[in-house]
Every structure is written in C-alpha cells, then in structure tokens.
Write a protein that binds this ligand. Structure first.
Ligand code: A3P
Length: 349
C-alpha cells in the first residue's frame, strides 16, 4: 500500500509561488507567510508545516493509539465522540467533564496558528492566566502534547495517510471518515469564515474555485480520500461515510464497536445515538469547541462549529455552473478508481 512505504518523498516540500500566495493571503487573512505543497501529491499546507512535518512523520506511535482522520468538515468531531465513547465503555461522565479538544490532541493544529495570530490571541487573553494557559494548550504542537499523555491516546488529524507515520496502520488503529465534497466545501467555507486562524473573507464561489483547484488547505481532496480508501481492507483501518452515519447511526456504532472489540446492548446503542444526535451536540459544551470561542479564536456572528448536521445542504449554495463543474470534477477524479460514495452509487459508476 502506497501510504505504508517508508519513503522520503512524503516530506518533500515546495513553497507556493510568492505571487499566488500573496493573492491567497488576501482571502485567507489568518496566514501571514505563505503556503507549501508537500510530497508527490502536492498537499497544500501553511508554511509553518515545514517546522512540524518531520516531527509528525517520525512521531513515536503506540499500539493502543486510535487516530480519527478525515478531510476537514467530514464529520470528524462526530466520529471522534463516537469512537471515544465506544473505546471508553460509554463513560458519559468523563466525556462530559473533559472537552473533546483535550481528549484528542489535534496533531497539526499548531501549524495553522501563525505567530502573528498567536501574538494577537495572547494579547487579547492577557487579562486571564487561565485563558493564557488554555491558549498554550490548544496551540502547542500536537506531537509534544502527545508525547506527554498516557495511553491509550486519541488523536485527531486532517493529514492524509502519506504524511502520517509510515508504520501507523501496522501499529495503531485509524478511523477515517469521508463526506460528499459538495457538503464538505459548504461546511468548510463557513468554518473558514468562523475561525480567525483562517479568516476567510471572500464569497462562496471564489472559495469553491480555490477548493477544486487544490489551492486550499489539505487539498487535493480526492487524493486525501483515495489514500485512505486504498487502505480500507487493512485490519487496523475502519472507513466510514458521513452520509451513512446520517442515514443509520446505530449500524455505524455497531461497526465501530466491532472494530474496537466492544459489545453493547441495543439499549446502550440507542442511548449513545441519542447522545450523538446533532441537537445534543449543539448543546454539548464538551464537543462544540467552546474553548475556541472563549479564547476569541472564533468570530461571533458566524455560523457555529457544529452547524446544520445534514447531508445534501450544498444544493442551496451551488449555481448551475458550479453544479456542472462539480459533476465533471468528481467524475474526473473518480475515473479509474473503485471509490464510490454510497449515497451516489447509482450516479457515479
Ligand atoms: P455542517 O457544517 O454541514 O453542518 P468536522 O467535525 O469534520 O469539522 O465536521 C463538521 C460537520 O459535521 C458540520 O457539518 C457539523 O455540523 C457536522 N456534525 C457535527 N456533529 C454532528 C452530529 N452530531 N450529527 C450530524 N452532523 C454533525
């Protein structure tokens, strides 16, 4: 499997051309230096990734680690809570008491916090030692946080398989979740407006064009998905779809339980599904990124981190031209692969 090869290509990096980077930074106001393209697929990441790439690729991993990986806005938070609850024998009290951000260090988040933004956040929170401590916590390099915490560790990442430690799947478990890219892009657009580390100030159509031209963080989207898809038969990989979680959550819960060798009664599963419902998630301070809001990293007035929680909302955002572009782009990228979104199985064959 490509992602399992121990090669150095994964860490080869090129700066995005200065003129293009300058143009992009007019839209993404949280970045102040530029961007890099990483590895043979040219994954697009902030310039600060240069500092962290090798630490991440070479990080020591442990057999009982569980990684939840995805392209952003694919249902990561939902999957994280589901996986954590199953792995921790449905410990509601602990899930309630410890925010998800603490239970799951976000491996590469620190590269998204440009020093200029960090300085701003520090200044703005300087009246409270507690907040400054929280800020240090959420912006510390993921590898450093992870080196300290006891096993079993839970890790959130949006990095593709090829940028993660090459022995990851042969050592630890990975749950990957994928979502229809049209819903991903709408959801990510709102997040990029919401979160000051990205600080997107353009309109949706411009954003969509950056996304399909791979001029956006963690793209190319389909390469990301296909790398994980190619590993789906590995016994340590569980590949989920957001749309399947939406359609039949109990079945996805059972799949996660089987993957983690856990058994629950139907009542326990029903209670967990209730806990995981979008309505409960919106009001659950442990999962809804309240910490980021408290630190002023989220812009008031924009749509929340846990937003609509539905499949198919993209139709309200796409005009005819974008719909056609999307059809072409998806078809081109899926040609010659056996990857299919289950909810589109009859369309893209
Ligand atoms: P929308 O913006 O379309 O609502 P991620 O966690 O990867 O950032 O993904 C965020 C997306 O998952 C958001 O999509 C969010 O609302 C949705 N989501 C989060 N919790 C959910 C839940 N309990 N049920 C359904 N969707 C959920």
């Amino acid at each position: 499997m490509a992602s399992q090869k121990n090669n150095n290509f994964a860490l080869e990096m090129k700066d995005v051309e200065p003129e293009l980077a300058k143009e992009l930074m007019k839209y993404f106001t949280g970045e102040h230096t530029g961007f890099v393209r990483v590895g043979p697929k040219g994954y697009f990441l902030p310039h600060k990734y240069r500092q962290e790439a090798a630490n991440i690729y070479n990080m020591p991993i442990r057999p009982d680690d569980i990684f939840v990986a995805s392209y952003p806005r694919s249902g990561t938070t939902w999957t994280q809570e589901l996986v954590w609850m199953v792995a921790n024998d449905l410990d509601y009290a602990k899930s309630d008491a410890i925010p998800l951000t603490e239970r799951y260090p976000f491996l590469e988040f620190s590269v998204y916090v440009h020093p200029v933004m960090k300085e701003r956040f520090t200044e703005e929170n300087s009246d409270s030692d507690r907040k400054l401590k929280l800020l240090e916590q959420v912006t510390e390099a993921g590898t450093e946080q992870l080196a300290r915490i006891p096993s079993p560790r839970f890790v959130k990442t949006h990095l593709p398989m090829s940028l993660l430690p090459p022995k990851l799947l042969d050592t630890s478990k990975v749950v990957y979740v994928a979502r229809d890219p049209r819903d991903v892009v709408v959801s990510f657009y709102h997040l990029n407006r919401l979160i000051r580390t990205q600080g997107y100030i353009g309109d949706f159509k411009t954003y969509w064009n950056f996304f399909i031209k791979d001029l956006h963080h963690w793209t190319p989207y389909f390469e990301h998905i296909k790398e994980a898809w190619d590993c789906r038969h590995h016994p340590n990989m569980l590949f989920l779809f957001y749309e399947e979680l939406c359609r039949d959550l109990p079945t996805s819960v059972r799949r996660v339980a089987k993957f983690l060798n856990k058994q629950f009664s139907e009542e326990q599963i029903a209670k967990l599904c209730e806990h995981l419902s979008i309505e409960n998630f919106k009001n659950n301070k442990s999962v809804n990124y309240d910490v980021m809001r408290e630190l002023g990293i989220l812009i008031p007035g924009e749509q929340g981190f846990i937003r609509k929680g539905k499949a198919g909302g993209w139709r309200d955002y796409f005009d005819e031209e974008m719909m056609q572009q999307a059809d072409r782009w998806m078809e081109e990228n899926l040609q010659g692969t056996d990857f299919r979104f289950p909810h589109l199985a009859d369309k893209l064959v």
